[in-house]
Design a protein around this ligand. Structure first.
Ligand code: HEC
Ligand code: HEC
Length: 382
């Protein structure tokens, strides 16, 4: 039952979630003038063939992103859980939706989401931002925006009646007679796709500024890329994740990894419903397998992991050093270090206190302060 309305709306988009793959362009011809704000080494992200990025859709999407009217109770917007000051994460362990439902997972940063090969923490079937956005808008498990079969016409009308939106829709869809949810979803996806973040101290370092990183951060970078710590195997490339897709790629991989956070039954079990890719595929070998999070802006997106269960970067590093997490009290007792599905790169390592501080200094250098304050991504109603 719960997906019927989602499927109803999705049929209008491109077929029902789960059994359709949105076609993607692998050429750059559809990109109109758009300010991607990219350093030279970054290839452009892929965009769906039926939703090319335009500045007008980006601006329309930015309004919708910050608009509480786009919800059942009139009190929640995308920005409720994706705050610019926190690189579009929210600082909570797990967020609460419009009807008081606690979300099972931690809110993600949206920076550079355009490049992720799959979206959300551990769902191999979600490959476009358009598909993902249906879930917070129309999903019922949990309820986030709380838009449903009954209230959706009135919500759409309240947006369309606003003269400010009339102008924005006319710019974004100059030839379309009737605006429907598809255009709202496409515009929201375009705004999210346009949130790029490559202006950190680390980027200045890459561009040749020898003083951009402190000595400690430089040592941390070396440690991060060392065979002792192994971080770079999963957090690799310009986005610090191995789950990346761009227009230069012929083959796209969608990896998921178990990092040994839980082992609640001694057989490798993760607490329901957060069993990672296994939740979607039912394949036991994917138990606890999640997408390697991009580490850009990670210093401002605490708490960490799919369920927000690690409070600080220091604790994250200590968990990796131990080769996983041994939980000795509370409801999830079990030794994650002995999880049989754990990735072989999570083997544990020796690290000194100074080295922990160096890795943290490096992770701090990935914060793009300009992103956090850039008016281009800010609330247009303020
Ligand atoms: C109630 C809080 C909440 C609201 C409201 C919300 N989100 Fe999210 N968002 C989340 C959580 C939690 C996740 C992780 C979901 C998961 O893994 O299942 C997420 C994930 C995402 C992702 C995937 C990012 C990635 O790295 O893969 C995108 C894109 C996204 N949200 C966009 C939006 C947009 C656009 C809106 C408004 C239409 C929105 N969200 C509203 C909490 C929220
Ligand atoms: C085997 C692949 C793998 C290796 C090796 C690895 N990670 Fe991760 N990392 C992941 C995955 C997968 C997640 C998400 C796990 C989850 O939520 O259950 C993650 C999450 C994180 C997070 C939390 C990000 C967030 O937004 O919540 C940080 C920080 C992090 N890793 C840093 C590191 C560091 C530092 C190292 C090296 C010591 C490292 N990782 C090694 C795969 C890996």
């Amino acid at each position: 039952m719960k997906f019927i309305f989602v499927c109803f709306v999705l049929m209008a988009l491109s077929g029902c979630y789960g059994d359709s793959q949105t076609k993607v362009n692998d050429t750059s011809e559809s990109t109109t003038e758009f300010n991607w704000n990219l350093p030279p080494q970054m290839a452009l992200p892929v965009e769906p063939a039926d939703n090319p990025v335009t500045e007008a859709k980006f601006q329309l999407g930015r309004h919708l992103f910050y608009d509480n009217r786009l919800s059942g109770g009139g009190a929640i917007s995308c920005a409720s859980c994706h705050e610019q000051k926190k690189a579009f994460a929210d600082g909570k362990i797990r967020p609460t939706g419009g009807a008081g439902d606690l979300h099972p997972r931690n809110s993600q940063s949206l920076a550079n989401a355009a490049w992720f090969a799959t979206v959300t923490w551990g769902n191999p079937s979600l490959t476009t931002i358009e598909q993902q956005i249906m879930l917070p808008l129309f999903g019922t498990d949990p309820i986030e925006h709380g838009i449903n079969e009954t209230n959706h016409p009135a919500i759409l009308q309240s947006i369309l009646r606003d003269p400010r939106y009339t102008a924005l829709f006319a710019e974004a869809y100059p030839t379309l007679q009737q605006i429907d949810w598809k255009q709202l979803v496409d515009s929201l996806a375009t705004f999210v796709r346009g949130i790029t973040s490559f202006r950190s101290a680390y980027d200045s370092h890459l561009a040749g500024d020898k003083s951009a990183l402190s000595d400690s951060a430089k040592r941390g970078l070396q440690l991060f890329n060392s065979e002792r710590l192994e971080c770079f195997h999963c957090h690799d490339g310009h986005l610090f994740t191995d789950s990346v897709r761009d227009r230069s790629m012929r083959v796209v991989e969608t990896p998921f990894h178990n990092t040994g956070l839980y082992n609640i039954d001694g057989l490798g079990g993760y607490p329901e419903p957060n069993t990672g890719a296994h939740e979607v595929t039912g394949r036991i070998v994917e138990m606890g397998a999640f997408r390697a999070a991009s580490l850009r802006n990670v210093a401002v997106t605490a708490p960490y992991m799919h369920d927000g269960s690690i409070a600080t970067l220091e604790e994250v590093i200590r968990t990796y050093a131990a080769g996983g997490r041994n939980i000795t009290e509370g409801e999830h007792i079990g030794d994650g270090r002995r999880n049989p599905y754990k990735d072989s790169f999570i083997a544990g390592f020796d690290i000194t206190e100074d080295e922990i501080n160096d890795v943290i200094a490096f992770l701090n250098s990935l914060t793009d302060e300009k992103l956090l304050n850039d008016a281009r991504y800010g609330n247009p109603f303020e």
